[in-house]
Design a protein around this ligand. Structure first.
Ligand code: HEM
Length: 415
């Protein structure tokens, strides 16, 4: 897939740089480190009144799951135990305030992400088989590996690169659009249309129609062939509206997250050259390095739930209709679960963190994300001897509020 090299670099930068206007609505341009504030808040109480950004010291109208919602009371949870309780009780802590109407306006949130109970289980079961660990190689062999190598081909002769935009950003978007049957030249058009769902639907509709005629070895074919049994026991193939809803969710969830998490992981390793050298020698260490980065700095450190009836959480009364923001960034550093939680330490015993959420909505794409990160970083180590941060360039900085990532990753390597 050599066309990956033809991607417009400036356009990738506009779409993916966290500081660009495209991402600032979720606080992409927040530059301070929120973790000291989250630590203080968690030490004071497991649950506070207010939103995470206000409590962290960044008032504003951010847009993310459960935000802005100006007419509802807001609470935020910061401990591992509080989040665990919420994830285990989806009837009380619902993913949406409204029932999902798949025949209504197309939107990434008008999808299984916002469903509950049996409806959610039925829809999720349709796509789950394509996302299990045993399918990781379907993703790697069809889309990830060729993308990763084409991108490296583009800069391997230069002796230097900026890996955040030129590498990390491009891999997930090309993987997910590739799995839709979209050509690399069109991948950025699709990503740019993310906030115009009708445009995305217009672009994927010819592919949906073609796959209904003749299925191929891709994700849209999985969707058009899937059979859903409704609550009356009647089985039917997914309608176009149902296929579109899945496609919009997967595009939103699968193209913007992994690039930031890969950048976070790469930066953590490049800033620790001895550790990077050990991983170069022993690739089995890449797995704990990735998992520890997910715990230590998850790219999306907050998701929200709607309270369906009066209840309490860690002794704090929550009225029906309130929004509870789950600060999984803070929960992932709860000393009740991890010793020296602020340290990035790949030798610690791996215990499940909330980087991919928890409960019934736990990230569907987590094994694809892990495959993208390990294939990407593994290929960099294979092909770029002496890979190191460029000492003459601005060092990478971690930024962002609800979407966290790094500024730039300027590197040098031996040719
Ligand atoms: C490192 C990268 C990723 C991170 C940190 C991440 C994180 C998350 C989190 C925290 C949730 C739970 C949201 C909630 O509780 O409301 C979630 C859900 C989801 N993610 Fe990911 N994600 C990543 C990559 C991906 C990829 C690559 C895909 C698809 C290819 C994907 C697809 C989804 C879907 C479809 C859901 C909704 C699941 C449901 O509602 O049942 N994610 N993700």
């Amino acid at each position: 897939m050599t066309e990956a090299r033809a991607l417009d670099r400036d356009r990738i930068k506009t779409l993916f740089d966290l500081r660009s206007s495209f991402n600032s609505r979720s606080g992409g341009d927040v530059t301070g480190d929120p973790y000291p504030a989250w630590r203080r808040l968690r030490e004071q109480a497991a649950v506070h009144e207010g939103t995470v950004h206000e409590l962290t010291g960044y008032p504003g109208d951010y847009v993310f799951q459960g935000l802005p919602e100006p007419d509802r009371p807001h609470f935020s949870a910061f401990s591992y135990g509080a989040l665990d309780t919420v994830y285990r009780n989806p009837q009380v802590f619902s993913s949406s305030s409204e029932p999902v109407d798949l025949d209504g306006e197309p939107a990434a949130t008008n999808s299984m992400l916002s469903m509950g109970g049996r409806q959610h289980r039925r829809y999720r079961a349709l796509v789950q088989p394509s996302f299990v660990p045993a399918r990781a190689h379907w993703w790697i062999d069809n889309w990830i590996s060729s993308t990763v190598h084409a991108l490296i081909d583009g800069f391997v002769a230069d002796g230097h690169a900026e890996l955040n935009v030129d590498f990390c950003a491009a891999i997930p978007v090309l993987t997910i659009t590739g799995s839709f049957g979209i050509a690399p030249e069109q991948a950025l058009d699709l990503r740019a249309a993310l906030d115009k769902p009708h445009e995305v639907v217009r672009m994927i509709q010819p592919i949906v129609a073609a796959r209904r005629e003749e299925p191929a070895d891709d994700l849209i074919s999985v969707l058009v062939q899937a059979e859903l049994t409704d609550e009356n026991g009647v089985t039917h193939r997914l309608s176009d509206a149902e296929v579109n809803s899945f496609a919009l969710l997967l595009l939103a969830a699968g193209s913007g997250t992994t690039w930031k998490q890969m950048g976070i992981t790469l930066t953590a390793l490049l800033q620790r050259p001895e550790l990077l050298a050990r991983i170069r020698e022993d690739r089995s260490l890449l797995k704990p390095a990735t998992e520890e980065a997910l715990r230590w700095m998850p790219t999306d450190p907050m998701f929200s739930r709607y309270v369906t009836r009066d209840t309490e959480l860690e002794g704090v009364p929550l009225p029906e209709g309130a929004v509870v923001h789950l600060c999984l960034g803070a929960a992932n550093r709860d000393p009740a679960r991890w010793q020296r939680p602020d340290e990035y330490d790949i030798a610690r015993k791996v215990r499940a963190s909330f980087a991919f959420g928890g409960g019934p909505h736990i990230c569907l794409g987590m094994h694809v994300a892990r495959a993208e990160i390990s294939t990407g970083i593994g290929a960099l180590l294979d092909r770029l001897p002496g890979l190191r941060l460029d000492p003459g360039a601005e060092p990478p900085r971690y930024i962002g509020m609800y979407e966290r990532g790094v500024t730039e990753i300027p590197v040098l390597f031996d040719r």
